[in-house]
Design a protein around this ligand. Structure first.
Ligand code: C2O
Ligand code: CU
Length: 505
């Protein structure tokens, strides 16, 4: 019965509208800054050189005194931390022991289409395999050119022919990405190269990968989410999704609520990922440092900037990353420095706390030149396209989040970018839409005809298009042909069809 219900849920995209306020947890919230900041367990290859991640349910104590069932890569949330090198291909065997199908995407990866985690390329857990194949054989729309169903396991090939950057991996199942990521299917993926190795940046304990997201909890400690995969509930369809995207009232860093990290009075390199389904971050340090800017930005989504830049705030929409230095050496020992989100209200305005515990030697430095990032110019663009991210309709389900008025149709390209060329894309919107493209990388050319924000610098794969903004980006696709995606990374919007197929030719 669970299998049949899951199939019924595979096609639907529409959902009734609800208010977009943050969900309120039904249990007493923990006191902030009492849980230590966890470091995700390192991912390690097996004897055959392949990294194997078993996707499975597991119990975690996220809120002290409560048990939360998560769905995790390797049974952990966040998933294991990859630390791998440019040009050294990685193979990851995903084994699905969850009660639902999954598709795994390496976000920011320059990956052959076959391994990229297309939403209809599903790894189906063994108990559901028979049911799924029967269903897809019997429905004309579910042709093999759209659906690829692999029983139980799939090996992803990641060539990693790309500069050092912090990527991340997460679920990408058609229509159910948001609830499946919310349950824990996300992890960080660091790629290193010789350019980065040569820089005297903080390393080891002084490099902190920080996966920031928000969740709400039921009275019993389980995750609270307004829309559940019907295969779990035995319901015939999607039960309703927050239209603006789902926000919870508990902020988690590396899976811990408002954690605290004890730090030396020294420079730290923070690799920050906004892994929230919908919540936007505008990060500040409280108190700000006695001298200098709060942050020195080294890199953005897809690697190092040409030069470091001082920032007082780090604005990140869903899926964006920032690579920044914070110099705790400028604070007196004993200072408690809160990382705050200026966009969060109440407790959700706090993220985590650093306690400057001791004086320490620091031989790190921030060099004036970081990497070679040739700026793209509009003159290089051979094609111009316009993508409008907007709620439009009326459709069968009323108004729907769409791109250029089209709901996502697998394997039906909205555009066919040419490999190795530069395109000028104009992105427009009616709301906050973090626009993400697979395979392609871009530089932000301008916002509303003016210069981009400082935080837009460098090679990006996601850009926050804000209400009624016109954002221009210069995008390049390199390396592989095939089916990729363009979508809003507000995961509820993505599930409600704000996604497009790109055929890279
Ligand atoms: Cu972070 Cu299409 O995904
Ligand atoms: Cu959106």
């Amino acid at each position: 019965a669970a299998g049949a219900a899951a199939i019924a849920g595979l096609g639907g995209c529409g959902a009734p509208e609800r208010a977009g306020a943050a969900l309120t947890s039904g249990l007493p919230l923990p006191k902030p800054f009492t849980v230590p900041l966890p470091r995700p367990a390192p991912a390690r290859p097996g004897a055959d050189g392949v990294y194997e991640l078993v996707q499975r349910p597991a119990d975690m104590e996220i809120i002290p005194g409560f048990r939360t069932e998560i769905w995790g890569y390797g049974g952990t949330f966040p998933g294991p931390l990859f630390d791998v090198r440019t040009g050294s291909p990685v193979r990851v065997r995903m084994v699905n022991r969850l009660p639902v199908p999954t598709s795994t995407h390496l976000h920011g990866g320059a990956t052959p289409a076959d391994s990229d985690g297309y939403p209809t390329h599903l790894v189906v857990p063994a108990p559901l395999t028979g049911t799924f194949h029967a269903a897809h054989g019997g429905q004309a729309a579910h042709t093999s050119s759209v659906w690829r169903l692999t029983p139980e396991r799939f090996v992803h090939e990641y060539p990693l022919d790309q500069p050092a950057a912090m990527l991340w991996y997460h679920d990408h199942r058609m229509d159910f990405t948001a609830p499946q990521v919310y349950r824990g299917l996300a992890g960080m993926f660091l790629v290193r190269d010789g350019v980065e190795d040569a820089l005297p940046l903080p390393r080891g304990e002084r490099e902190l990968p920080l996966l920031i997201c928000d969740r709400a909890f039921e009275e019993d400690g389980s995750f609270r989410y307004p829309s559940r995969d019907p295969s779990l509930l035995g319901e015939p369809g999607v039960t309703g999704t927050h239209h603006q995207g789902v926000e919870g009232d508990v902020i988690l860093v590396n899976g811990a609520p408002w954690p605290e990290a004890e730090v030396d009075a020294a420079r730290y390199r923070l690799r920050i990922l906004n892994a929230a389904n919908a919540r936007r971050l505008d990060l500040r340090l409280d108190p700000p440092p006695p001298s200098g800017a709060a942050f020195t930005q080294l890199g953005s989504d897809l690697g190092l900037l040409a030069r470091p830049q001082p920032l007082d705030r780090v604005e990140l929409a869903s899926a964006e990353r920032a690579d920044v230095i914070v110099d705790f050496g400028t604070y007196p020992v004993g200072t408690e420095v809160v990382l705050r989100n200026a966009l969060g209200t109440g407790a959700a305005g706090d993220v985590m706390r650093f306690r400057v515990a001791r004086r320490a030697a620091d031989d790190s430095a921030v060099p004036a030149i970081l990497a070679d990032v040739p700026p793209l110019t509009a003159a290089q663009a051979v094609t111009s396209r316009r993508f409008d991210f907007r709620r439009s309709g009326p459709g069968a389900h009323g108004k729907q989040w769409m791109i250029n008025g089209q709901p996502f149709t697998p394997s039906t390209p909205l555009a066919s970018p040419r490999l190795g060329t530069t395109e000028l894309w104009t992105l427009t919107s009616d709301f906050h839409h973090p626009v993400h493209v697979h395979l392609g990388r871009f530089q932000v050319l301008g916002r509303n005809g003016r210069a981009p924000r400082a935080i837009d610098a460098g090679w990006k794969d996601t850009v926050d298009v804000r209400p009624y903004e016109v954002v221009q980006v210069l995008v390049r696709f390199e390396g592989y042909r095939g089916r990729y995606l363009l979508h809003c990374h507000n995961l509820e919007h993505e599930d409600m069809a704000m996604m497009a197929d790109l055929d890279v030719v």
